[in-house]
Design a protein around this ligand. Sequence first.
Ligand code: SR1
Ligand code: MG
Length: 422
Amino acid sequence: MDAASFEALNAETLGPRLGGLEALRARLGDDPSAWRVREVGDGNLNLVFIVDGDKGSLIVKQALPYVRLVGESWPLPLKRSFFEYHTLTRQAARAPGQVPEIFHFDEQQALIVMEFLSPHVILRRALIDGRMLPRIADDLALFMARTLFRGSDLSMQTRERKADLALFADNVELCDITENLVFSDPYFDAEMNSHTSPQLDGLVAQLRADRDLKVAAQRMKHIFAARAETLVHGDLHTGSIMVTETDTRVIDPEFAFYGPMAFDVGMLFANFWMSYFSQSGHEQEGNRDAMRAYLLDVQERCWNGFLAEFSRLWRTERNGILYQKSLFEAQDDPLGAEQARGELLREMWVDLLGFAGIEIHRRILGLAHNADFETIEDPDMRAQCEAKALKFGRQIAVNRAHLNGMKEANALAALIETGAVA
Ligand code: SR1
Ligand code: MG
């Protein structure tokens, strides 16, 4: 990519610069001077524009050569847009209808033109507002099972699989962000860390002195860095999901790479649990007991739905390089295949708890915090919610091999939330 020719868009230049593209004219109208452009990006990394025309609307997303959250002092390659585009095309094939449609990609300008999802809202915002979306558990279970299974050696042929592994291996800088920001920075006094202080100072010192926790975090980092099992989304939190009552779409896979199957699932569940622990901070808008019950139910349904769809794919689409049917079903040994499936899913459960615990910690102690907690204005109340989440994160990361299923993990969350377990 020729970085020298890159030029960031703005609301004034977007029409003149992209007005010649048929992909845009067909959906917005032929007169770019009539397009209305709004910059709406509030994420950590990129520019996002909504473009409205007479015929319709669309989204233009452009990467910047630095981390928007921090500024130009932290350069970040434009090629993340390339990885986002290629991940979206694969996810569209593997989980049809669950990602936005892509209309145009410009590698030089690191921009993707895609479907404007409306009346969708960001899932995190909806959960903060106390909305109980009926479809998210089932839809996200399908998305994760399908993308993780179909992007792996369980499904892919060796040539295509290794070509993709090589392609995505170059998403180095984004992996490096996760390796540091998620797995290491929360556990020492890293420069860009912040937490609710002084309220959490004591607990933070305790966590940083917790040998078992640091060993667990580094074990999870080891698995993240070394276990290239499937094409993961890489940043699957509730801010990367757009929802209505009837539709769920996953966006923003710029952190995609070949990593462990449990990573996306653990990150998503961590964000549901953080939403759970943050609810009492939003209670001035009304009692949140039903919302808390809903969030635990989402976890259970989502994990059960994941197990069911993954198992279905295992039985019907296991045509890749691993656990060949020739060894099992074809030799009248379907039980062997079931045994292997059970082992793999049990290992995934243990790993996802590890990833979830660490993700919770980094969102409270690291650089990139969550609106779930950040929008709680009273720092004492915020710290109370965060402390419960931190303690839960510690328990599930360190004791991940001893929690037998989602009911037990949710029961632990409920005990910590009510104060029955300190
Ligand atoms: C510097 S980037 C910080 C965070 O924003 C992204 O959404 C990822 O979650 C990343 O860790
Ligand atoms: Mg993102």
